[in-house]
Design a protein around this ligand. Sequence first.
Ligand code: SF4
Length: 264
Amino acid sequence: MNIVTIRASSLAELFDCPARWEAKHLLGMRMPSGPAAHLGTSIHAGTAAFDQAELDGAPITADDAASAMVSTLRDKNAEVDWEDVNPADAERIGLALHTRYCAEIAPRQRYIGVEVPCERLEIPELGIALTGTTDRVRTTAAGAGISDLKSGGRAVGADGIAVTAGHGPQLGVYELLAEHAVGIPITAPAQIIGLNTGKTAAAQRVGMGEIESPRAMLLGTEEQPGLLQHASRLIHSGAFYGNGKSVLCSAKYCPRHATCHYKS
Ligand code: SF4
């Protein structure tokens, strides 16, 4: 069986619309980032600069770390379709969330890894290899755990808790990757750090949420196959059917949209 690489961040998309996953991840069909994704990438850059400096024992201020966010956001080489979003507005929101993360979230965390890459975790019996970068590995009273930063307009509920629904498969892969890359058991619940990209100050919330043992749904049991087994069967069958009911079934998010027979 040939080995097919699955990026952690793409696993949910494989089940949401296999045809879109095939287009993007096997056929290499690309499209520019949207404003939300590019803002998320920029916030990741700024917060990582802040946390890495702390981890290195040479802390920097939130203002200093913000330059990494701003330079990523303004990167002229990044392919971004800004649509009707003003980049200056995105920068304002990004800076507000970056500042809140540095003041409200980072001081409560004990990170032992920042942007931890895992080149490849092969599972030969399934014919797949997992790859990706785990945002953070932290220590807690319950042992080491992974943390994942999620930004977006619905990343944090009105109750101040980060939305965790739908993120289990991706976090499960990050747990496997982090354990492989760092070489220590991951035993604490997986954590999502939500950064809510609302237009108003009140809607620019940060918050945290947890998922207990997200690996369980990936690995399954003797009686019930896990998502990785399903992913393997789907990919190696070559049956990349489309899902016209996917919320991302639009020309804005799918590079196959113009020619796809499954679209709604
Ligand atoms: S157009 Fe819709 S159904 Fe077709 S691949 Fe894209 S998301 Fe899937």
